[in-house]
Ligand binder design. Structure first.
Ligand code: HAM
Length: 428
C-alpha cells in the first residue's frame, strides 16, 4: 500500500515549532488590541466571483493559482455555485463590511484576522500552497477619515512596532504610491508605449507582459533586463496632484514618527485593487521570497464589489515567513520551551501516586511531564533532560517521608524538598 503524505505545498506544523507560531500570534493580538483593532473571522471559501472582482481577473492569483470547484446543488432550492478557497483575506473582509453594513455606524472599522490562505504556486522555501497570514484592514466612510494619510502612517508605524516586538531584526520598509485608478490607467498606457521599442531585447516573460500586463514588467528579476527597466517611466511621475500630496503626507508622518523607509518606485504589487500607498516589509534572510508582508490602500474596492464608498488600507504578513526569520535568528534551545518538572516514579506501583503529585502541581499552574514507573532511572533522567528543567524523584521513601528529591539540570544541584513546598520551589 502506498503511504499517504501531506499534499505538495502543504505541511504539518508540529511541536516544539508550534510554540513559536503561538508566540507570534499572541504578540500580534496584543499589539492589535493596543491600536484598537478587533478580530474578524471570515469563511475559508467564498464565491469565486469575489476574487475575480477584487484581486483582478488578469492577476496571477486569479488566473493561475486559485483552488476553485463547482459546488453541486443538494436541493431544488439551491443552485450550483463556483467556490474558491480564499487566496487572500482582504476581499472577504470587504465583502463582510458590505454585507453587515458596517459603514452605517459612521465609524472606522479596524479589523484583524489570522488564518490560512491557499494559492497553487510553485512551492519553495517560504512559499507554500497553504500558508498563513496575519492581516488587518482599516476601512470606513470618508467622513470617518478613512482616506486620511494619517491612517496609512499609523498602520505602517504599528507594523514597525509589531516586527520590533516580535524580535525581527533587520527588516526594511519599502514604500511607493500607485496613485488613483485613473493615474494607474494613465501609467499603464505610458508604460505600454515605452515598452514597444525595448521589449524585443527583454526576457520572454517580459515580452509577454509588455502586451498583457505591462505593470508586471516591474517585478522582473532577470539581471540583463534591469538597466532597461530602470530607464522606463516611473509611476510616481504619473500621479495627479492629490495623490502626490497624499503620499507626501504619509512620508512626512513616518519621518515625524521616526519610522525609516526606502522608496521603491517599482513596488506596484500583484493585486489589482491597490490605489495610492503600497508597501512591503522585506528581510534579506528570506532569500528569493523576501517579503515578510505586503499591503496598501484600496480606496475603490468596496464600490467595485457593489458596496458604498469605503476607502481602506491594510496588510497581510506571511506567518510562515515570520517563523522562518525568527528561527534563523534564535538559538535552537530557546525555541524549545521546557516544562517545570518531570516526575519520575520509581516502580510501577508508584504510578498512581505520581499522577496524584502531577495533578497537585498542574492544578497550581505548573507545567509537568509524567514519567512511568516501568522506566529505569537512567531512562527517566534522559527523558526528563530533554523536556523539563528539573526532575522530581518519587520512590517509596519519598512517598512515606513526604520529602522529595529534586534535581535541577542547569545547575546539576540536587535538593531535598518537603512536598508542601514543592510547588513554590519549582516555580523559582
Ligand atoms: P500578498 O502580498 O499577496 O498580499 O500577501 C501578503 C504576504 O503573504 C506576503 O508578503 C507573504 O509574506 C505572504 N504570502 C503570500 N503568498 C505566500 C505563499 N504562497 N507562501 C507563503 N507566504 C505567502 C495580500 O494577500 C493582501 N491581501 C494584503 C493586503 C491586505 N493588502 C491590503 N490589505
Amino acid at each position: 500500500m502506498t503511504t499517504l503524505k501531506a499534499v505538495r505545498g502543504t505541511r504539518d506544523l508540529l511541536p516544539p515549532e508550534t510554540a513559536l507560531w503561538n508566540r507570534i500570534e499572541s504578540t500580534a493580538r496584543r499589539v492589535f488590541a493596543r491600536y484598537n483593532f478587533g478580530e474578524i473571522r471570515t469563511p475559508i471559501f467564498e464565491d469565486t466571483g469575489l476574487f475575480a472582482r477584487s484581486v483582478g481577473e488578469e492577476t496571477d492569483i486569479v488566473a493561475k493559482e486559485m483552488y476553485t470547484w463547482e459546488d453541486r446543488a443538494r436541493a431544488q432550492s439551491e443552485k450550483s455555485q463556483s467556490l474558491t478557497l480564499r487566496p487572500e483575506n482582504t476581499a472577504g473582509v470587504v465583502r463582510a463590511y458590505i454585507e453587515h453594513k458596517l459603514g452605517e455606524s459612521g465609524q472606522l472599522q479596524k479589523l484583524y484576522y489570522i488564518g490560512p490562505q491557499f494559492r497553487r504556486e510553485r512551492p519553495q522555501k517560504g512559499r507554500y500552497r497553504q500558508f498563513w497570514q496575519i492581516g488587518a484592514e482599516v476601512i470606513g466612510p470618508p467622513s470617518a477619515g478613512s482616506e486620511s494619510a494619517l491612517r496609512d502612517a499609523e498602520v505602517l508605524e504599528m507594523l514597525a512596532t509589531l516586527l520590533d516586538e516580535l524580535g525581527i531584526i533587520g527588516w526594511t520598509l519599502e514604500l511607493n504610491s500607485v496613485g488613483s485608478s485613473a493615474d494607474r490607467e494613465r501609467y499603464n498606457r505610458t508604460l505600454r508605449a515605452a515598452l514597444i521599442p525595448v521589449a524585443p531585447r527583454m526576457c520572454v516573460d517580459c515580452q509577454r507582459r509588455a502586451v498583457t500586463n505591462p505593470l508586471r514588467v516591474l517585478d522582473c528579476k532577470v539581471p540583463e533586463d534591469q538597466p532597461i527597466i530602470d530607464a522606463l517611466p516611473r509611476i510616481t511621475d504619473s500621479l495627479d496632484e492629490d495623490s502626490k500630496k497624499h503620499f507626501a503626507q504619509v512620508t512626512a508622518a513616518l519621518d515625524a514618527a521616526g519610522v525609516s523607509y526606502k522608496l521603491n518606485h517599482r513596488l506596484v504589487r500583484g493585486l489589482d485593487y491597490y490605489t495610492r500607498t503600497t508597501f512591503e516589509f522585506t528581510h534579506s534572510g528570506l532569500g528569493a521570497q523576501n517579503a515578510l508582508l505586503g499591503g496598501g490602500r484600496y480606496d475603490g474596492l468596496s464600490e467595485a464589489l457593489g458596496g458604498p464608498r469605503a476607502p481602506g488600507i491594510g496588510f497581510a504578513m506571511g506567518l510562515d515567513r515570520l517563523v522562518l526569520t525568527l528561527q534563523n535568528q534564535l538559538d535552537e534551545r530557546s525555541t524549545q520551551p521546557k516544562v517545570d518538572a518531570f516526575i519520575a516514579p520509581l516502580g510501577e506501583n508508584l504510578n498512581a501516586a505520581a499522577l496524584v503529585l502531577a495533578r497537585e502541581l498542574r492544578r497550581v499552574g505548573l507545567a509537568v511531564e509524567l514519567g512511568d514507573g516501568s522506566f529505569r532511572l537512567k531512562k527517566s533522567f534522559e527523558a526528563a533532560d530533554k523536556t523539563a528543567r528539573r526532575i522530581v524523584i518519587l520512590g517509596e521513601d519519598e512517598l512515606q517521608s513526604g520529602i522529595l528529591t529534586v534535581k535541577d539540570f542547569a545547575s546539576g544541584v540536587q535538593t531535598k524538598v518537603p512536598r508542601a513546598e514543592l510547588a513554590a520551589f519549582l516555580r523559582n
